[in-house]
Design a protein around this ligand. Structure first.
Ligand SMILES: [Fe+2]
Length: 432
């Protein structure tokens, strides 16, 4: 641990050339972007109605078919009504949030006098709630907000309440939307999408079935690793006006370290006992830390590759990123060995007698072990991706420049094909 930490500290010294060193955070640069209030804890869902009522008196709840049938949902509605809050419910949020789904919501509630939005559910419900605040405030065409800094100003307030432990969407200021016309996932990303309040209650996840727990857990793990190993962009003051994702930074690292430490054991404990509230709480907090981290670093190569694979195989986002994780980690190993060695310590497999490379290998193998316990498939073939689709997947992934720019090792079409071919065959017999 001391050996690795020393290396990381010395690596953070400023470069004399004035050029950014893509392996180092210069002068301890850090950035945090977050909701106005973040409340975390078992049983804290009882504060949802008061948080909403403090922000408005006509609420739109964005949720899905599973959530609205739960007793917890009934309780929230009843609490809101006791506080004289008018309630509108949209319960048709679809996975991966297609643009047409957003248009359907606006068609149904666009004329209502809504003055606060509550996102309650998994990542897509929270992403829907974020884009709903934009559409209900400014109207127009959803597509006109695609990109960064396209939202013209502040919106009606938003409260986010996640019911899965994975996406971190409760604290991020991006709404990820599937655009059928281009077969791409696009982001509406703006600091104006940050929630006014976030309430994170791990008890919501107690009813998550094992497959959903595994997929969302693998997603959180991938966020932590991508953020901890992202390119360090070290933007200057002028660039901060135009750059939402600044890459690896010290504040995000702080969240990554705590998040990785938490998932090191908690995910496997949940798989053994889904009612383990302490482990559910640890995983939920890890996902929250991961959300904080990617909200400034951005995600990277794994997420660039997953989107076109998910579109073809119709497999959940978390499963796709889980399959890709060991392969992209291997690809990034030559430029991120100290960080992976540091991760070995956080994952509980660090050996002081070993060098950084051996510890980095141990970290990657430990991640593979966790993914195996989650029953994440080991190859893209298992996901149903056809081998002949690999070139198209690589070409589409390359278009996600918002994500590929964050990857610490440069991603070309050729290198992506190289990763995909091995991931398709389940071939982990290589290091970098
Ligand atoms: Fe993700």
């Amino acid at each position: 641990m001391i050996h690795t930490a020393q290396q990381l500290v010395s690596a953070s010294k400023p470069e004399h050339t004035g050029h950014p060193d893509h392996n180092a955070v210069i002068n301890g640069f850090g950035l945090v972007r977050q909701p106005g209030t973040v409340l975390f804890g078992v049983g804290r869902r009882d504060t949802i109605a008061s948080a909403v009522a403090s922000l408005g008196d006509e609420v739109l709840i964005c949720s899905d078919a599973r959530m609205v049938q739960t007793p917890e949902f009934e309780e929230i509605i009843s609490d809101l009504k006791k506080r004289d809050v008018g309630v509108h419910v949209y319960s048709n949020v679809e996975p991966d949030l297609p643009r047409t789904n957003v248009e359907d919501l606006i068609e149904q509630v666009g004329q209502e006098q809504i003055n606060v939005v509550l996102g309650l559910g998994g990542g897509s419900c929270l992403d829907m709630a974020k884009i709903a605040t934009v559409m209900l405030t400014y109207g127009g065409d959803v597509q006109s907000y695609y990109g960064e800094f396209k939202v013209p100003g502040s919106t009606i307030p938003l409260v986010t309440v996640p019911t899965t432990a994975g996406t971190g969407a409760e604290v991020t200021c991006i709404s990820v939307i599937y655009e059928p016309a281009s077969d791409m996932k696009v982001g509406v990303a703006s600091p104006h999408l940050e929630a006014s309040a976030t309430i994170v209650d791990p008890e919501f996840t107690l009813t998550c079935p094992p497959g959903l727990t595994a997929a969302t857990g693998a997603d959180a793990l991938s966020h932590l690793i991508e953020a901890f190993t992202a390119t360090a962009k070290n933007p200057g003051n002028g660039a901060l006006e135009n750059v939402l994702y600044v890459g690896k930074n010290t504040m995000a690292d702080m969240h990554c370290r705590e998040g990785i430490r938490l998932v090191a054991t908690s995910l496997e404990r949940i798989m053994a006992n889904p009612n383990d509230v302490e482990a559910r709480s640890a995983t939920m907090r890890a996902a929250l830390h991961a959300g904080y981290a990617i909200n400034t670093t951005g995600t990277a190569g794994i997420h660039a590759l997953q989107a076109p694979i998910g579109a073809r195989t119709h497999t959940p986002h978390g499963v796709g990123v889980g399959v890709l994780l060991p392969y992209v980690m291997r690809y990034n190993l030559p430029v991120r060995t100290p960080e992976f060695a540091h991760m070995a310590d956080l994952l509980g497999v660090f050996e002081a007698a070993q060098d950084d490379l051996a510890n980095a290998h141990a970290a990657i193998e430990r991640v593979e072990e966790i993914l195996a316990t989650l029953e994440i498939p080991s190859s893209l073939d298992d996901l149903g991706l056809k081998r002949e689709d690999i070139p198209t997947v690589a070409a589409n992934a390359l278009r996600a420049t918002r994500l590929t720019a964050n990857n610490p090792r440069e991603l070309s079409e050729e290198s992506m094909i190289h990763i995909l071919v091995r991931a398709h065959a389940g071939d982990r017999s290589w290091w970098s």
